[in-house]
Design a binder for this molecule. Structure first.
Ligand SMILES: Cc1ncc(COP(=O)(O)O)c(C=O)c1O
Length: 477
């Protein structure tokens, strides 16, 4: 069972070992009842301190992956996944996963009060309208299932996206600069495949949307975490780093940032562009939440709005406002970059499903989208307010957070001394989950932060779950 460690990688060694062992257990390479390699053996094989391996095994035991029997060793507990690699004696050793981290490992089990995922409750999204469209399209054009769509995306949809973004971007992007992707997550991967070699550095907000970190770290990219404050990414800190060693790409989620909910100020957006021009890096602007603003206050214009030199690649998400299951997003890049991105997208999946693209078209074309967004903002603002009210009632002055002006998340700092893993365990006994802040950092520094998404449940469940969680935290304090 060969593990591969990259000693120079940003991910700490113990975390690399942990993720690879979890991966072996989840994929069935290490099956229930199997004896784990002894501490001594693994420490020798990996040339890593015995105590480091011991720490990893303790964590695996705490999280229920293994059982440590005194004097006998560690044994894999029950299977954690139905998926198994073919078990051919000796051969599994040659399938060495290159993945070093995943935010998804932190939030796999289903909980009744699931605050760990930044999703919108399906009841607030146009499920029935989209389902009716799907039926109609399938009846009228059954061949939509048996033809390839264009790699760059359906022309009608790109035309509609261009009109939709016109206001926000200050210009209608030409349709040959628009690429339809299977969600923003794929767009991040496509851009990474196009422009990043494993030795490149990517600067990110710290904290950062965890699945973007996964993408870059699993490619082997060094991560440059840049602290954020109330105005978003600290461009002064980024500039300091640029003087020494500029990153190749800066990934930002500047509007209602996941996980903190903050928005980058207009001044910082312009400064970031200036840095991109000076130090010649690309900006990936992840715009997943722009439409979800509260209190009637619009967020600042996107970075792409101010971009006159083509340094910014703009990613528009439809998962939070329309339909995550349909898996669609749009990427806007200037002509010079577009051609290479097109090739990367083609080699990834030859284009996103045509049916899905046709299904959202009528929704975007009519007044429906606008009306829906109005209602969605109101519903989510109510949830944000309810959540804040409950937290204020139970935990006033004992926790710290900024009230988000948009988006789906509340980023909470708990008092020192509260063990986040312990809290997570106690919460899961009440069928509650949240995202531990550590999922949003590239390094393994201890953090007292957690992310709660107030958007995924019904009003009633949200109130019940937040109240239970607040009481639990009160008990622990
Ligand atoms: C900041 C951010 N970017 C991208 C995504 C993924 O979005 P999509 O469903 O469009 O792939 C998410 C989902 O939570 C997100 O929060």
């Amino acid at each position: 069972m060969k593990l591969v460690l990259k000693k120079e990688a940003a991910t700490p060694i113990h975390q690399q070992i942990y993720h690879q062992l979890v991966n072996r257990i989840q994929t069935g390479v290490l099956a229930a009842g199997d004896r784990m390699p002894s501490l001594r053996l693994l420490s020798k094989e990996l040339e890593v301190n015995y105590l480091t391996i011991n720490k990893v095994y303790q964590r695996l035991e705490e999280e229920g992956y293994v059982e440590i029997l005194q004097g006998k060793g560690a044994f894999v507990k029950s299977p954690h996944s139905g998926h198994t690699f073919p078990q051919i004696d000796g051969h599994q050793d040659s399938f060495t996963p290159l993945l070093t981290r995943s935010q998804y490992l932190m939030q796999r089990s289903k909980r009744q009060y699931d605050f760990s995922k930044a999703v919108v409750s399906p009841g607030l999204l146009p499920s029935h309208f989209l389902a009716d469209q799907a039926k109609t399209i399938l009846d009228l054009y059954p061949m939509i299932l048996t033809t390839y769509g264009p790699v760059e995306g359906d022309e009608e949809l790109r035309t509609e996206v261009s009109a939709y973004l016109g206001n926000q971007l200050g210009y209608r992007p030409p349709i040959d600069e628009i690429l339809i992707t299977s969600g923003v997550q794929q767009a991040i991967n496509v851009v990474a495949n196009t422009f990043l070699t494993p030795s490149d550095t990517v600067a990110v907000e710290s904290p950062c949307y965890g699945a973007a970190l996964d993408t870059f770290m699993n490619r082997g990219n060094a991560i440059l975490p840049i602290q954020i404050d109330r105005d978003g990414m600290r461009t002064d800190l980024l500039e300091e780093q640029c003087r020494r060693n500029p990153p190749r790409v800066v990934y930002v989620n500047p509007t209602f940032h996941n996980p903190t909910g903050t928005s980058m100020s207009e001044k910082r957006r312009k400064e970031l562009l200036e840095l991109a021009e000076t130090y010649h890096f690309l900006i990936i602007e992840d715009d997943s939440f722009n439409e979800i603003y509260f209190d009637g206050v619009l967020p600042p214009k996107p970075i792409k709005y101010f971009d006159t030199t083509g340094h910014c690649i703009f990613l528009k998400g439809f998962s939070k406002t329309m339909a995550p299951g349909i898996r669609l997003g749009a990427l806007i890049a200037d002509k010079e970059l577009y051609e290479s991105i097109f090739i990367a997208k083609a080699s990834m999946d030859v284009g996103s499903p045509l049916l899905n693209q046709k299904v959202i078209l009528p929704f975007m074309k009519t007044q429906r989208m606008k009306d829906h967004l109005e209602k969605l903002r109101i519903a989510l603002q109510i949830r944000r307010d309810m959540t804040v009210e409950i937290l204020e009632n139970h935990l006033k002055d004992r926790i710290t957070y900024e009230i988000p002006k948009g988006g789906l998340n509340l980023w909470i700092k708990l008092p020192e001394g509260i063990d986040i893993l312990g809290l997570q365990k106690r919460a899961s006994e009440l069928s509650i989950s949240f995202l531990p802040g550590s999922a949003c950092y590239a390094t393994n520094e201890p953090t007292q932060e957690i992310r709660i998404s107030y958007s995924g449940l019904s009003d009633r469940e949200n109130t019940e779950g937040i109240t239970k969680l607040a009481k639990l935290i009160t008990d622990l304090i």
